[in-house]
Design a protein around this ligand. Sequence first.
Ligand SMILES: NC(=O)c1ccc[n+]([C@@H]2O[C@H](COP(=O)([O-])OP(=O)(O)OC[C@H]3O[C@@H](n4cnc5c(N)ncnc54)[C@H](OP(=O)(O)O)[C@@H]3O)[C@@H](O)[C@H]2O)c1
Length: 326
Amino acid sequence: MKAAVIDRGVIQIQDVEKPAPKDNEVLVRIRATTICAADYRLRKFGWIIGLWRRGKPLILGMELAGTVESVGKTAARFRPGDQVFGGTGFKFGAHAEYACAPESRVELKPANMTLEEAAAVMFGGLTALCFLRQANIRAGQDVLVYGASGSVGVFAVQLAKHFGARVTGVCSTANLDLVKSLGADNVIDYTKEDFSKAGRIYDMIFDTVGKAGFSRSLKSLKRGGPYVVIAPSGGLLSIVGDTFRQMWISLRGAAKMVGGLPRPVPGDLSFLKGLIEAGELRTVIDRRYSLDQIGEAFRYAEAGHKKGHVVILVEPAVAASSGPRA
Ligand SMILES: NC(=O)c1ccc[n+]([C@@H]2O[C@H](COP(=O)([O-])OP(=O)(O)OC[C@H]3O[C@@H](n4cnc5c(N)ncnc54)[C@H](OP(=O)(O)O)[C@@H]3O)[C@@H](O)[C@H]2O)c1
């Protein structure tokens, strides 16, 4: 099968062995996958992972949607021919024509979505859902979503609205209409306005990009309220400083810090599917690329300004389009 193999940070389309499902896995013929933040962050450290994988080709890609080709011995929930969406988890491998995923990590595709739309649900959707839950979101709260236009942000806005919050989304000028269209009650353009200077106090701050700033956020957060930070404020070195700051904030009781890794529970993907089918949740696809164009797709996503998702269309017969589309 064809796959996008990373060798010391360089991506090449190569022929590699088609994977075989383990007992609890399904083998999916992939129609669409994405470039998510985990992919573009890991590409830079591909050489380290390459050493650890001892010569096995490194294929990134966490999200997928496609058709079940075969199932493992104990994977009884799906049959060949089922159209599914979900992810491979930290084994990656979805930037390819086929990938195996644990059956617990996939669901039947929502009836009202195409496979390419469904491929862009798992990463941002589960991340936003898990952190909102860990932050104990409740109806009636005022929630600020900082970085409301990325793949986590677009789901955080919609899910916070689903849970009954009043949502303020912070994004740049070009994304104001998008974030409003996702249901945000207010939008703030970070290129023109500092959210912390408006004098408004929020019950929860969800910083999806690590750029809201600790002191600005604390100034705008109810004392002891949940403050979700899921990304470092700068490069790798900033992680240490961020960690100490977060510990200090918690110790002082200034905020309840929420972060680390999301903790999905069984049923989360099916919950998102239900909201999609009820018309409460949608994906935002910024650009589409074919598998052959994956290097270009990585460069675009790595720049840090994608709106929602960058999708890779894998089947050659239908992977004709690329570039921006509304
Ligand atoms: N802790 C975890 O387990 C976990 C899980 C998932 C993701 N993450 C991390 O969360 C971060 C976000 O992920 P993602 O998938 O949403 O990324 P993404 O889709 O690549 O984010 C791109 C978006 O960020 C916005 N943005 C960039 N700089 C901004 C700024 N200064 N202020 C406000 N918005 C800004 C961009 O909008 P503009 O073009 O308008 O600037 C763009 O729409 C990543 O760093 C990722 O590694 C962590």
